[in-house]
Design a protein around this ligand. Structure first.
Ligand SMILES: Cc1cc2nc3c(=O)[nH]c(=O)nc-3n(C[C@H](O)[C@H](O)[C@H](O)COP(=O)(O)OP(=O)(O)OC[C@H]3O[C@@H](n4cnc5c(N)ncnc54)[C@H](O)[C@@H]3O)c2cc1C
Length: 410
């Protein structure tokens, strides 16, 4: 029987463990925390079949100036942080040019197309249907001009990729979400995306499925991975574990931890924050306040606000200004109620400068594999990217072109 250690039990790692197990492999999943406690815990929980194009960096001078002067809440960075990540940011900017972004989108869309079907199988097997809403989510626009631009873009995506949307007038938006104080200028309703009421809980339920099906989860430190003979060993609370293959699915920790194997992945770290509120009324589905760059999400833990991207060094301290702006902007839309936690949650979207995840074999070490760097959509793409990686590890040929994702492009 083939064997693997999967390092990291976020959405990417747990899905990878399940995909290999499904192919008859003996798999040990290793994390220093319980499954689904980091980035895959605190996100917006949207399985985003509408996210058919990766998130590019703004290229126009106006948008860049707006970001630089804090005129947008989508993206924030502190000038003093810039020298520490300017190289990766510059590469991201370069790859965001229209033609390069179009090429990346072809590869990206081929994975996104598999997102809901691969999740669906796991949701069913895990018995996690109670966490899933299949009613899409709505992007509210405050001005007619913004709504018109968004509708044009939605129509373009519908024609190019076949994804479903509905245009909602202000009154239709207000009727769809009676808890909102206003329908704004109207909304784009993405119909095919699924939303999750407890993202960490979904990962946990997938990890339970893995263990019920005979897989082993142990606490351990991925940084202790080293070669033994033709295989690998890692130190865990249950002693050293050995296997023929090892997979890195450490989300934003992947680049640092892979250095000792001669890999230098330039990651763009996009911090995000969330807080929960005890709201008197519930939303039916997530609402994005587009012009203010945040989401309002009905979660089991309360209404969750998630913020846009704070571009920072991985270990930089928090900056709560985006969350504070979101709370202020939300007052016009919704009665948030009391904040539940004293301290907001923070996590980091693991983004690659070319906007594509790293999926495939190490060019330096035999039996070392990678599945990380899914950026804004790792929760969506976990099972789809696990499926193609497991196919490759098992000696098969995935149905999609894997060349854009290969690790040796860096
Ligand atoms: C605010 C916000 C909103 C988001 N919204 C969405 C959304 O709606 N939809 C979507 O698709 N994506 C969303 N994302 C992105 C998504 O959350 C991430 O892309 C995804 O969770 C990454 O999953 P992962 O498994 O790669 O990483 P993680 O979930 O971070 O898992 C990595 C694991 O590695 C473990 N680890 C790290 N170092 C070690 C070590 N040395 N030893 C052992 N274990 C280690 C960690 O404990 C962790 O469990 C959002 C992100 C943020 C921040």
């Amino acid at each position: 029987m083939k064997s693997a250690i999967v390092l990291g039990a976020g959405m990417a790692g747990v899905s990878t463990a399940l995909a290999l197990q499904g192919r008859g492999w003996a798999v040990t999943l290793v994390d220093r925390k319980a499954p689904g406690r980091e980035t895959s815990f605190g996100n917006a929980g949207i399985i985003q079949s509408e996210a058919v194009e990766p998130y590019a960096m703004p290229r126009s001078i106006r948008e860049l100036v707006d970001i630089a002067f804090g005129q947008t809440n989508d993206v924030f960075y502190a000038f003093r942080e810039l020298p520490f990540h300017i190289g990766a940011l510059f590469r991201y900017w370069w790859h965001s040019e229209e033609g390069r972004h179009r090429a990346a989108a072809i590869a990206w869309a081929s994975l996104i197309a598999q997102a809901t079907s691969t999740h669906e199988k796991l949701i069913e097997r895990a018995g996690a249907g109670n966490l899933i809403r299949k009613s899409g989510f709505r992007v509210l626009h405050r001005t007619v001009a913004e709504l018109e631009t968004a509708l044009k873009d939605a129509e373009r995506k519908k024609e190019a990729y076949g994804i479903g949307y509905a245009a909602l007038s202000a009154s239709e938006m207000a009727a769809a979400e009676p808890a909102l104080k206003t329908g704004g200028a109207g909304a784009v309703h993405w119909l095919d995306s699924w939303t999750v009421s407890d993202p960490g809980g979904l990962v946990e339920s997938y990890a339970d499925l893995f263990q019920r099906s005979g897989g082993r989860f142990v606490h351990g430190d991925a940084a202790t991975l080293r070669r033994v003979g033709a295989g690998w060993t890692v130190m865990t609370e249950e002693g050293p574990i050995e296997a023929e293959h090892a997979v890195f699915s450490l989300g934003p920790w992947s680049s640092d931890t892979l250095r000792k194997f001669g890999h230098h992945f330039p990651m763009v770290y996009k911090r995000g924050y969330h807080a929960h509120y005890r709201s008197p009324e519930q939303l039916n589905a997530p609402v994005m306040d587009s012009e203010n760059g945040y989401l309002l999400l009905p979660m089991l833990a309360g209404t969750r606000i998630t913020t846009g991207a704070h571009l920072a060094r991985f270990h930089a301290g928090p900056a709560y200004n985006q969350l504070e702006h979101a709370e202020e902007a939300a007052k016009d839309l919704f009665d948030l109620g009391q904040r539940i936690e004293d301290k907001p949650w923070q996590g980091t979207r693991p983004c690659m400068p070319d906007m594509l995840p790293v999926i495939g074999a190490s060019q330096h070490e035999k039996g070392l594999w990678m599945n990380f760097g899914h950026g804004h959509q790792g929760f969506t793409l976990g099972p789809a990217s696990a499926d193609v990686l497991a196919t490759m590890m098992d000696g098969g040929m995935p149905a999609i072109d894997m060349r854009p994702f290969r690790p040796d492009r860096y």
